[in-house]
Design a protein. Structure first.
Lengths: 347, 114, 110
């Protein structure tokens, strides 16, 4: 009956959201701790223990929640909740741990691209409602960074979808289609391989700008504008923004893993695992967590300890001129891939 | 050839109006340029409706024969009235500018830019 | 029933609405473990200025056009040319009209 099916779907959504919320928060804070430990060792110091972010959140809950006199109270208190809720709601569309997503027919990649704007927008609105000139400058810088990095991101998503359309799939933006046809199986020559490698490199460079990490850290610059957007936030609202940052790291790394490396360990015949058993699920999840850790290592930690902070006009220049041209070059290589191979007679 | 003279007149009107609009600095002269262009366009509309050897399109006590096309003549009346409204508004704005700036030179009324 | 199907993807807004409602409730409950009160009417609620002198509000306001500084400084070559072209004078804009119209007519004829 339709009522039974609808209620089963609704129950699945509710339990799934609670499940991915717990997963996102726990593993987000864990990866944040690992990232801090590794970057500390790279800089020659010891660094905090790995569970330090949990202690940070616990301490932030004990602090007072100050609303400044120049702020608008209802926006100031509402916006951190919306940012974190929207970030959690992305996770139900992604295939986490190699399993199929909770709602595989409810959303596609375009929806995820839109929902990724929400946490940054929540930060911007929070900054504008804080009533301090430092916060206004930080919010304007965050808006400019958002405008800058959306351009290469859109080109990457469109080139992947174009390649899948050329292969003849339908529903190219649906995540089940993208996971079902890994793109490294679709290339026919070295030109396509170079094209996809360029796109992967640009997506790895777009990730720190989405997460507001150094070197694209201008909105939250601690040394220049005294904390930037978050200068007036304290206590439990700051804990919400901290958690938003942690969960968004997991979301961005999951998107990179899903788009470029959607392989499952239990499909390898040499491990001898029969599909559907608990051991296969456990192996898939551990492999997925390892992949996410590697992506976070390369895109957040390594770039963070190597490069200093860029100014906002340097950020806009970096994303609009060199990276956009490079991604267009990658798209052209992908388009010429099959054609060149046919011409050279090697297809 | 004689039937082309009104078209040449239209072209002359529009060109003189454009010259006044582009190269003159006094605000009143710019308004006169706009009026000239509008007059040229209205004349063009009426000229398009002319047929050879035709009479005015009026039915009462007409001598009979081919009548020229009446629809553009009606539309041109509407266009003339619209032109009157636009010119009235432009001139009132020019009066306000003169009251505030004391001058009508286009290069001097620049307070909005800086 | 409520699903939007474009040619290459699909989206169901009701599912997302339920998901974000549940997430919002969860986060609200999580946030209520924190502390709500603060000392009002003390020094705490003033804006943080890190030692700079405080003027009245009109002089301390950051203009909204400050947002464009990043874009205009990074694409400086383009914007100096454009700023010189925009004089604010109607006659110059009509001159640009006529020049471009002449180019179009030339391309049409040839």
């Amino acid at each position: 009956m339709a009522i039974l099916e609808t209620s089963e779907t609704v129950l699945r959504i509710i339990l799934g959201t609670v499940g991915v919320a717990i997963f996102g928060i726990l593993f987000g804070l864990l990866y944040k701790g690992i990232d801090r430990k590794i970057s500390a060792h790279m800089q020659g110091r010891i660094g905090p223990p790995i569970i330090q972010p949990f202690r940070d959140v616990k301490k932030l809950f004990v602090k007072e929640n100050i609303v400044p006199e120049n702020a608008i109270p209802w926006i100031f208190n509402l916006v951190p909740l919306l940012g974190l809720a929207a970030t959690i709601s992305i996770l139900i569309y992604l295939p986490i741990g190699g399993l199929s997503p909770i709602m595989s027919w409810g959303g596609d990649l375009i929806l995820i691209l839109y929902l990724l704007i929400f946490p940054s927008l929540a930060l911007v609105i929070g900054g504008f409602s804080s009533g301090s000139p430092y916060a206004i400058v930080g919010a304007q810088r965050e808006m400019a960074t958002m405008i800058a990095y959306e351009f290469p991101l859109a080109i990457i998503i469109i080139s992947l979808a174009w390649k899948l359309t050329q292969m003849g799939s339908e529903n190219v933006f649906a995540l089940s289609t993208i996971v079902g046809n890994p793109i490294w199986n679709n290339i026919t020559g070295p030109l396509g391989f170079i094209g996809f490698a360029i796109l992967l490199l640009i997506l790895v460079i777009v990730t720190p700008a989405e997460l507001s990490k150094i070197p694209f850290d201008a909105p939250e610059a601690e040394t220049e504008i005294a904390g930037g957007l978050l200068v007036e936030y304290s206590g439990r609202n700051l804990a919400m923004f901290y958690l938003t940052d942690a969960v968004k790291t997991v979301v961005m790394a999951s998107i990179i893993v899903v788009l470029f490396f959607p392989y499952n360990l239990s499909n390898l015949p040499l491990l001898g695992l029969e599909s559907g058993s608990y051991l296969a699920y456990a192996a898939d999840i551990i492999f997925y967590l390892l992949k996410v850790f590697l992506v976070i290592l390369f895109s957040v930690t390594l770039i963070r300890v190597a490069i200093a902070r860029l100014k906002i006009d340097q950020i806009v220049y970096t994303y609009w001129i060199p990276l956009t041209l490079l991604s267009l070059v990658g798209l052209i290589f992908i388009m010429w891939d099959g054609f060149i191979m046919n011409v050279l007679g090697l297809a | 050839m004689i039937y082309n003279i009104p078209y040449i007149a239209v072209a002359a009107l529009v060109l003189i109006g454009l010259y006044a609009l582009v190269f003159k600095r006094n605000l009143i002269k710019l308004v006169i340029g706009v009026v000239l262009i509008e007059s040229g366009v209205n004349l063009f509309l009426i000229i398009l409706g002319y047929r050879e050897e035709s009479i005015a399109p009026i039915y009462t006590s007409s001598p009979g024969g081919v009548m020229s096309f009446p629809v553009p003549q009606a539309l041109t009346l509407t266009s003339i009235v619209i032109g009157v409204a636009v010119i009235a508004l432009m001139l009132s704005l020019v009066i306000h500018i003169y009251r505030h700036y004391g001058t009508l030179d286009v290069r001097k009324v620049r307070r909005l830019k800086e | 029933m409520f699903t939007v199907e474009t040619g290459s993807g699909f989206w169901n807004p009701i599912i997302w609405a339920i998901a974000i409602f549940v997430a919002f409730l969860l986060i609200y409950i999580l946030r209520s473990f924190g502390k709500k009160e603060y000392k009002k009417d003390t020094e705490q609620i003033k804006s943080f200025l890190s030692g700079n002198p405080e003027y009245e509000k009109e002089k301390m306001h950051v203009k909204a056009s400050n947002l464009y500084w990043g874009f205009t400084t990074s694409l400086k070559g383009l914007y100096t040319i454009l700023r010189r072209m925009h004089t604010g004078n109607t006659s110059d804009y009509v001159l640009w009209f006529v020049i471009i119209l002449a180019i179009f007519l030339l391309i049409e004829v040839l």
